[in-house]
Design a binder for this molecule. Structure first.
Ligand code: XMP
Length: 512
């Protein structure tokens, strides 16, 4: 792999993603990883990420110069660039000029920047600067605050830049990173969806051997792709379990039952738990209480279905498949290794008396890669391109008590909104658009010839990159108008459609 050494800034994961976008496999490792540990991983290259603003800062992570004795290609970025310069005998100094944000870079030849515009915008974030490049390095970029803003040494396969090539504000950044990987380090572009799928299927086969596995399907992208990979690896020895809690949107159960099964040929068991969920939710309007009940009942249903699969399967079921992704793995501090608390939460936690070994085929992948692998495996766009939908489903989109009637109203309104957004071609532009029924609110309207006293529906279209923050999406008025007209005409008891124009923070994406 290409190892991205994380010096503690928020960019390491992004750099790892960009390396993979250049079709080269990468992993993030903490800066505490020793040179011996790095050598043991036999890396194709090492990328040193950004970090604190100064290599002289107190407690700044140090770079062990023995890294350069390994004869491995190294690319330094920002702090990593300065640390590299210092370790190789260059000079890093307080120049007095700080550069933060958009800066103009002037480039002159070299492999990294050759043929690119001689003046180009880049994203900087540094106080100190490299003033002298180490011996043997060609300086190919400068900026007002960084006398040496890019350098390279082709023979030793070492290079670096002061700016952040991984962010979109550096428009040529991806190209520069690719040139390092392909042209300086000489690494082939082999990390493709087809190769990823093939290698993951092989790994799953090795792990499961001739054992049996089960997988909870949520209707979301990750569990669908994980299940499809395992199905390819072990065929009918995988059973998928889908819990229908009655809080799904129109067509979702069918999508799992038909689209997923027909694309994969996987064996599917559906746990019909609608009545249980509705009974347990009766009279409950507090959001946290709703979530707790749903979490608890979900585990019970899954447990029941799993126990049944185990009972029917004489040979026993030893493996549980989960769709844990790489960001979860990095955030919980592990690279290799087995189960952690977080991945258990993905199926809502499992009881102690059902013991499974976890199979997590996606634990080294980013979301985009999961989608690409899903497409490679022939899953339909309706599944791989799906927008996020919360586990507790429509229950947390009904403000007030949840019952069958209210769920039906909300399902209708939601289906209309989705249909219109899709036919207006807006699916890619929005992250998701919760549709919320204010079941405890009534307002006066006039519909047909008479006065009505109905409920409002809230549209909550948001744009986001990771759901941590979000902005409300400026949907075209014509589309809003069509959705509003159709909902008030077609959904009984709804006489008003309102638009949520709150960002996150302060609002969350969901209403509960
Ligand atoms: P909030 O409302 O916290 O939502 O801004 C952020 C993202 O998470 C989704 N969400 C959930 N997903 N189980 C899930 O699997 C949940 O309990 C849950 N609650 C919120 C929400 O749809 C949004 O994408």
């Amino acid at each position: 792999p290409v190892l991205v050494v994380d010096f503690g800034a928020q960019y390491a994961q992004l750099i790892a993603r960009r390396v993979r976008e250049a079709n080269v496999y990468s992993e993030v490792v903490p800066h505490t990883t020793t040179v011996d540990e790095i050598a043991a991983k036999n890396p194709a290259a090492v990328v040193l990420s950004g970090g604190p603003s100064s290599v002289y800062a107190e407690g700044a992570p140090q770079l062990d110069p023995r890294l350069f004795d390994l004869d491995v290609p190294v690319f330094g970025i920002c702090y990593g660039f300065q640390a590299m310069a210092q370790a190789l005998g260059g000079t890093v100094a307080h120049t007095g000029t700080r550069e933060y944000g958009r800066t103009e870079l002037s480039v002159d030849g070299g492999i990294l920047h050759g043929g690119l515009p001689t003046l180009q915008p880049v994203w900087m974030s540094h106080g100190d600067a490299v003033t002298d490049a180490p011996a043997g390095f060609e300086v190919t970029g400068t900026s007002a605050g960084a006398p040496v803003a890019a350098f390279e040494n082709r023979e030793r396969k070492l290079a670096g830049v002061q700016y952040h090539p991984e962010v979109l504000h550096s428009p040529h950044g991806q190209q520069v990173l690719s040139r390092f990987l392909h042209d300086i380090a000489g690494i082939g572009p082999t990390w493709t969806a087809a190769n990823i799928a093939e290698s993951l299927i092989g790994k799953v086969r090795d792990q499961i051997g001739d054992g049996h596995a089960i997988c909870g399907l949520s209707g979301g992208v990750d569990s669908a792709v994980a299940a499809a990979l395992v199905q390819r690896a072990i065929g009918d020895r995988l059973t998928c379990v889908f819990v229908d809690h009655g809080l799904l949107r129109a067509g979702e159960r069918e999508q799992v039952q038909q689209d997923f099964v027909s694309a994969t040929g996987a064996k599917l068991v559906t746990a019909d738990a609608v009545e249980v969920f509705l009974r347990e939710l009766e009279g409950v309007s507090d959001p946290e209480e709703k979530r707790k009940i749903i979490g608890r009942e979900f585990i019970r249903s899954f447990e029941g279905a799993a126990a049944q699969v185990v009972a029917e399967n004489g040979a026993g079921v030893d493996f549980l498949v989960q769709g844990t992704l790489y960001p979860d793995v990095v955030e919980s501090g592990g690279g290799a290794g087995t189960a952690n608390i977080k991945s258990h939460h993905n199926v809502g936690g499992l009881p102690d008396d059902l013991e499974f070994e976890l199979v997590e085929p996606l634990r080294l992948l980013f979301k985009d890669e999961v989608r690409a692998v899903g497409r490679e495996l022939g899953l339909p766009e309706e599944i791989v391109g799906r927008q996020p939908f919360p586990g507790p489903g429509l229950a947390i989109r009904i403000v007030g008590e949840v019952n069958q009637h209210r769920l039906d109203l909300l399902r209708q309104a939601d289906a209309i909104a989705r249909e219109e957004l899709t036919s207006a071609g807006l699916d890619k532009q929005i992250w998701q658009c919760p549709v919320v029924l204010l079941a405890d609110v009534r307002s006066v309207g006039v519909q047909g010839d008479g006065r009505t006293y109905g409920h409002p529906i809230v549209l909550r279209p948001v744009s986001s990159e990771d759901a941590m923050t979000a902005d409300w999406t400026r949907l075209p008025y014509e589309v809003l108008e069509r959705i509003s007209t159709r909902i008030t005409n077609e959904v009984a008891e709804v006489n008003r459609v309102v638009l949520d124009v709150t960002s996150k923070p302060p609002g969350t994406i969901e209403w509960e």
